[in-house]
Design a protein. Sequence first.
Length: 304
Amino acid sequence: MADRPGSIDETLALLKRTGYIPDRSLATVLFLALRLGRPLFLEGEAGVGKTEIAKVLSTALGRRLIRLQCYEGLDVAAAVYEWNYAGQMMAIRLAEATGAVDRDTLEGDLFAERYLVKRPLLQALEADTAGAPVLLIDELDRTDEAFEAFLLEVLSDFQVTIPELGTIRAEHPPIVLITSNRTREIHDALKRRCLYHWVDYPDAQRELAILSSRVPGAPERLSREIVAFVQAIRKEDLFKAPGVAETLDWASALVELDAVALDPALVSDTLGVLLKYQDDIQKMQGSRAKAVLDEVHGRMRVAE
């Protein structure tokens, strides 16, 4: 188990060792979140690497990663706990069959911890010999305001209340990262409990470093062309610009096709890896893709 980093530079190095190429502003806020014991709220477009930050932090620190994937209708039973009703019913039937039915004793037994099904938020409050786990609350914007309100107790005091058992508190608070794609605004009351960072698309130099790290089999020229092309089409009027995840997927696909350089036909044939909406694909296919690629090649020739 690695110790928490003692400086911003150590945080940068820690993430880079696990294959994540951060900018200094992200390393700074992550260092502060670890030092101050505050949750870190990460917003940004889908595919820019928000979820990956929690994964690499878990790996780098040697901590267990507990992920709560949010969705519409998420409730306490799915996020925190529920009772093992089947097990409780079997206990009741067994008690009835043996004639050992004392209502007070049976009720106490039925709501013992062995019948408690622990979901991610409750698991994150448990003690762990490897150290406090990394709790990822992913895509919080998919839930509703009622669930946000419930989270306030967890993020304020790192505790949850189970009526049958009482209040359960974390001996060592988990390292909490919350992500949002900003499909709706998250309430200020929750944001105030967190440090905040907007995860933006990387610049060309950092995206090239990410690609080289994650897809080492890609030829150097192809990698530079991929990054330059993706950076260019992010400036187009698209419904959903490609994120870093799509850049890596496209690079992997082109390596599988034994590509060594981009050409208009290859770009048009593989746009479905890079873009995920038909309107965007239609907009970029053919002459538009060729025009962007020509601009990319022109800038690369000048740079050379």
